[in-house]
Ligand binder design. Sequence first.
Ligand SMILES: O=P(O)(O)OC[C@H]1O[C@H](OP(=O)(O)OP(=O)(O)O)[C@H](O)[C@@H]1O
Ligand SMILES: O=c1cc[nH]c(=O)[nH]1
Length: 213
Amino acid sequence: MFILNQQNSIANNFLAEMRDAAVQQDSMRFRRNMERMGEVFAYEISKKLKFEKFEVQTPLGLSNINMIPHFPVLATILRAGLPLHQGMLNVFDKSESAFISAYRKTKKSGDFVIQMEYISTPNLDGKTVIVSDPMLATGKSMVLCCKELSAHYKIKELHIVSIIASQEGIAHVKANLPKANLWIGAIDEEMTTKAYIVPGLGDAGDLAFGEKV
Ligand SMILES: O=P(O)(O)OC[C@H]1O[C@H](OP(=O)(O)OP(=O)(O)O)[C@H](O)[C@@H]1O
Ligand SMILES: O=c1cc[nH]c(=O)[nH]1
């Protein structure tokens, strides 16, 4: 598991601004910081992908360089995942995209189930797939979505990206998707009784796109 904030980098500033209740008032900045985190994660993951030798014809000669021949497919979970996805797509600019809808449907008892209604994806057989979602709280949305994709396609390599994860969410993912590679921005210890990460950042989807009814 790769944990971004274990090393000091500019990404800590992006994450601090995302968490900061005052800075969060600027939703454009919140989305842009999420996008920047996506760019950083994509760069980090790129180092672990398969490279091949290529020759590039410059105006003056040939240059040898190792490049990534096949870009991963980028999947994300609507709606909070969209800015994170855009950031990753800025870096993996030739990638195909998959979109999955999942949201917490609250029952009368106050408990919630994850409701998944929509998947739009290219063929994932034999592909490297990166599934991103800014928050990994209980981990149930991520596990459900990844299992659904894996039920339909023989994915070669699965990567999961999350900006803030709870310990419980990570344990749930590891138990249910043991082969997945985890890329996490920061791990927080606690969750509220409504499964919000503490200190976390609040509701990522609402901060990016407005309060849902
Ligand atoms: O790990 P979990 O306990 O499943 O929670 C994490 C999910 O919660 C958030 O989405 P939310 O359901 O709030 O929907 P939204 O993106 O539409 O706001 C977040 O983006 C994850 O998808
Ligand atoms: O802390 C949390 C948990 C789920 N979804 C969020 O947006 N934030």
